[in-house]
Design a protein around this ligand. Structure first.
Ligand SMILES: Cc1cc2nc3c(=O)[nH]c(=O)nc-3n(C[C@H](O)[C@H](O)[C@H](O)COP(=O)(O)O)c2cc1C
Length: 346
């Protein structure tokens, strides 16, 4: 097995077996949706569907970018895609760098072969790879071979700095992203991987011709921490990955920065989204749609049915929250008032 395949499997195993969260919360729990005891709508009439990047989803939910690049990762990707197709949800692929290095791994990302009706699929590549051998032909290859509708560029300087073999040449990246986004011909979305988008970053990204941005804030999976587990015990990477595991912008704050600087573009709320209430608060803070990664992996490794039940329950929770806030659709939910958590909460 190549180094890159091994790394993909290490990431999956660590995210399933270790504590990869942080002591810092998303901040979403600091808000309370305004409850309405006289909603004057029927639960059954609540419509959760949204249009994202020109595609209709049955609920404002994406499966976060995670994996691909090894046989195990491929199995998980295809399983997730079938469930997302059945529920009418969008899906992000994990970094496709592995298939550029080894084309035999392309099938581990080609989920539309098993889920042709998947309503929205986003490809994924690290932005830093633009300086390291990934040019327009490679970008076109990762989009075309998977029939992706759009492409994520992930930004992960903290993870790369902790990873012993990480790529840390970020100088000049804004300009390279600008050229790539203009040339590629599909909508591009920038994302973090769990350290969030600060005001400073949002400002810079807003000057790129991006279709949208994903918050991926602190409060969920910490990639500094994941890399700490992968590194040899007591090594600098292991120590710093643990020490810096909560560095970054918490999810609630990250969503606010993204919305402020991308007022009319797509904003995906992510990083520690775990419940229907997290989804509802993220939307009311300004996200158009949310993404969940680690909990989806957890359920998907149990079985396809387990993943489907997990997602159906989450979607139903969101529907109940719409009903109890008087929101007959997602546009209305996004306008529900958020109140600061009062003294009655522990
Ligand atoms: C197993 C796993 C692999 C991931 N791989 C990628 C990746 O290849 N590219 C990427 O942009 N983000 C990747 N992520 C980050 C997620 O897309 C997401 O931003 C982050 O995990 C925070 O969401 P969560 O708290 O719901 O897990 C990965 C996450 C997990 C759990």
């Amino acid at each position: 097995m190549s180094q890159i395949q091994q790394r993909k499997d290490d990431h999956l195993r660590i995210c399933l077996e270790e504590e990869v969260g942080t002591e810092v919360s998303t901040g979403l729990g600091g808000f309370r949706l305004e409850y309405d005891a006289l909603p004057e709508i029927d639960l059954e009439e609540v419509d959760l569907s949204v249009e994202i990047l020109g595609r209709r989803l049955q609920a404002p939910l994406l499966i976060g970018s995670m994996t691909g690049g090894s046989p195990w990762a491929g199995e998980i990707n295809h399983r997730i895609a079938r469930v997302a197709e059945r529920l009418g949800l969008g899906m992000g692929l994990g970094s496709q760098r592995a298939m550029l290095k080894d084309p035999t791994l392309a099938d581990t990302f080609a989920v539309r072969k098993t889920a042709p009706e998947l309503p929205l699929l986003l490809g994924n590549i690290g932005a830093v790879q633009l300086g390291l051998g990934v040019g327009l032909p490679e970008l076109q290859q990762i989009v075309q071979s998977t029939e992706a509708d759009a492409l994520f560029f992930h930004l992960n300087p903290l993870q790369e700095a902790i990873q012993p073999e990480g790529d840390t040449q970020f100088r000049g990246l804004w300009r390279k992203m600008h050229e790539a986004i203009q040339a590629i011909g599909v909508p591009c979305v920038a994302k973090e991987v769990g350290s969030g988008i600060s005001e400073r970053t949002a400002e810079k990204l807003a000057r790129l011709p991006l279709a949208g941005i994903e918050a991926s804030g602190v409060g969920g999976t910490s990639w500094a921490r994941v890399e700490a587990y992968r590194a040899p015990a007591q090594s600098t990477s292991a120590v710093l990955g643990q020490r810096l595991r909560a560095f970054g912008t918490p999810t609630a704050e990250s969503i606010l920065h993204c919305r402020k600087h991308f007022p009319t573009r797509l904003v995906i709320g992510s990083g520690g989204i775990r419940t229907g209430m997290d989804i509802a608060v993220a939307l009311a803070l300004g996200a158009d749609v949310v993404a969940l990664a680690q909990p989806v992996l957890q359920a998907a490794t149990q079985s396809e049915d387990a993943l489907e039940s997990f997602l159906r329950e989450l979607i139903h929770e969101l529907k109940v929250l719409c009903f109890c806030t008087g929101a007959s659709d997602i546009a209305a939910l996004r306008k529900v008032r958020l109140l600061p958590i009062g003294r009655h909460h522990a």
